[in-house]
Design a protein around this ligand. Structure first.
Ligand code: DON
Length: 560
């Protein structure tokens, strides 16, 4: 190893080992559950110990997080579940929200064609038809072994008897208290005597408990055709929304094959459109396979250049060529074809000057959404990312249903060429249409080695999901970091516009920063983002290593 490379490694390993003091790698011989909330991880492990499989546990965790991770876990949103079955089958349950029937291309523009402020993120127009309940129930019915009542019991108990508010909850309850105050029915639950709940308080959600009980007893129908749909539609009608009973009755979950690619002998499975995640990750990996990242070193100017440029092309394709496949053609084969990948590689090798685009840079917290990873003793693996988009979604709860509704309509292109809340500048292909699903960045991923699950991972973070998953894969595969180091190491992110490599504190040494600036890159250090929840299975010993991101200290990896 060259001396400079050795110093880089030493620096980062020292840094990483300091972090691992706080959070240990969990090990398990049989099974592992990793989520952003310890209580939800325990729910998953309890289900597995009681004889459930990974899908049973995933459904139980999905419902539990809707209670104990109220910012992000949900029944009012949607997402993707990637399943690897021990029999070799890989499949995706797509429960992404759909736009209402009455949604129109220009629904977020005023009469002058300008974006109406906050219309895509707050209130009933921001809400897509939720998919979580149908997605979880369908996964259970097809791939689970337990009854709906069994897997929902822990969530119902946590809602009715309460759980202890975490420091993460308390921070965001307090931040969003002004928004909660605006709606009496939200304030009633999420404020305590008019003030935010504090860490350690016992937080009881009676309405949510009743809603979950109803779903446990009556099933998917009650959410899409029964009382719950009726309450949401009535509240929407009363508050300027366009949701109708038809939207709920026509909602469907789809099962689809995953996106697949190989990287240095590993097979990567992730999710297809309407998420851009799988294609973007595979496009970047296929490009990066042509560069020797190991040799050019961890977070050196040379390797960062190659990685950032791969991000530039992947995000450009994401924003211009992908959208709901039920509505538009997605050129998947072409985007991942050797000739297209080679053309990108050639362009990157010949990049002499760095192209510059838009300059705006917003600073957001980017940890809304939630990801969890599960592996059972049979060899089934499940990777789930689901969301209500922003923290507490559209900040509204219908009547006494007790759960937040999403603001996923913001993931559409409300106006081509303008930024959404994640600074994504998308094009007309992803415009709003009746019953269309907005393009997502969610990337629940499973990596296989010799046909056996090797890594299960994913993250929140909007577009940062894509780059957080990518960097975690590179940290393990190219740089030999252990799974906890791989997820905790400071990250960088580039999506073309804004025209900055955004970095977390400590992501680059001064030398790397200086060299990248000399190449012509804009670099900006911002707060930390994302939260990768991952499992790695040692191919020889079969020991499961679970790692929770230190950016979400209330999370936990629990194995047995
Ligand atoms: O589907 C998407 O890409 C977004 N709705 C995800 C939002 C998200 O991860 C928020 N976290 N920062």
């Amino acid at each position: 190893m060259k001396k400079s490379l050795f110093l880089y490694y030493t620096f980062f390993l020292l840094f990483a080992s300091a972090i691992t003091h706080a959070q240990q790698i969990a090990t398990g011989k049989h099974a592992m559950v990793v989520t952003e909330q310890r209580v939800a991880s325990q729910v998953g492990i309890d289900i597995l110990r009681a004889g459930g499989n990974a899908v049973d546990a995933a459904v139980a965790v999905g419902y539990a997080l809707a209670v104990v991770n109220p910012c992000c876990g949900n029944i009012g949103g949607g997402g993707f579940m990637l399943i690897h079955l021990a029999n070799g089958k890989n499949t995706v349950i797509n429960f992404r929200e759909k736009a209402p029937l009455k949604a129109k291309q220009n629904m977020f523009l005023d009469k002058n064609g300008n974006l109406i402020p906050d219309a895509t993120t707050i209130g009933y127009l921001a809400v897509g038809v939720p998919g979580t309940v149908m997605g979880l129930n369908q996964a259970l019915q097809k791939y689970g072994t337990m009854t709906r009542k069994q897997v929902m019991a822990p969530a119902i108990k946590l809602a009715k008897e309460g759980y202890r508010v975490t420091s993460f909850d308390a921070k965001w309850f307090s931040f969003y208290a002004p928004a909660f105050r605006k709606q009496a029915n939200v304030a009633e639950i999420f404020l305590h005597d008019g003030k935010p709940w504090q860490a350690g308080d016992l937080f009881i959600q009676k309405d949510l408990g009743n809603t979950l009980s109803l779903i446990a007893e009556k099933g998917t129908e009650v959410f899409y055709k029964g009382n719950i749909a009726k309450k949401i539609v009535a509240a929407s009608e009363k508050n300027g929304g366009i949701l109708s009973m038809k939207d709920f009755a026509n909602y469907s979950v789809e099962e689809m094959p995953p996106i697949q690619c190989s990287y240095h002998g590993y097979t990567i499975y992730s999710v297809p459109p309407p998420s851009s995640g799988g294609i973007a990750i595979c496009e970047m990996l296929s490009v990066l396979q042509h560069f020797n990242l190991r040799q050019s070193g961890f977070h050196t100017a040379a390797s960062v250049h190659d990685i950032v440029e791969s991000m530039r092309y992947a995000f450009n394709d994401r924003n211009t060529r992908l959208a709901d496949p039920d509505f538009v053609h997605n050129p998947i084969t072409q985007l991942l074809s050797p000739s297209y990948i080679n053309s990108i590689v050639t362009k990157i090798r010949n990049t002499k000057t760095i192209p510059h685009a838009g300059k705006r840079l917003h600073e957001h917290e980017q940890t809304d959404t939630t990801h969890y990873s599960i592996m059972d003793k049979h060899g089934n693996a499940v990777s789930v990312t689901y969301t209500i988009n922003g923290f507490f979604g559209a900040k509204i709860i219908a009547d006494h249903t007790g759960f937040f509704l999403n603001d996923t309509m913001d993931d559409f292109t409300a106006k081509p060429g303008t930024e959404n809340k994640f600074d994504l500048v998308q094009q007309a292909i992803n415009d709003v249409a009746s019953h269309k699903r907005p393009l997502s960045s969610m990337s629940p991923t499973i990596v296989m080695k010799n046909n056996q699950p090797y890594m299960i991972l994913g993250s929140p973070g909007g577009p940062r999901i894509i780059t957080s998953v990518l960097l975690t894969l590179l940290n393990v595969i190219d740089y030999d970091f252990n799974i906890l180091q791989a997820i905790n190491l400071p990250r960088f992110h580039f999506q073309g516009s804004p025209d900055f490599i955004e970095i977390e504190p400590g992501a680059f040494t001064d030398v790397t920063t200086l060299q990248l600036k000399r190449m012509g890159y804009n670099i900006k250090q911002i707060h930390k983002w994302s939260a990768v929840e991952a499992i790695l299975i040692d191919p020889q010993s079969k020991i499961l290593y679970g790692a929770n991101d230190n950016r979400r200290p209330d999370g936990a990896a629990i194995g047995y």
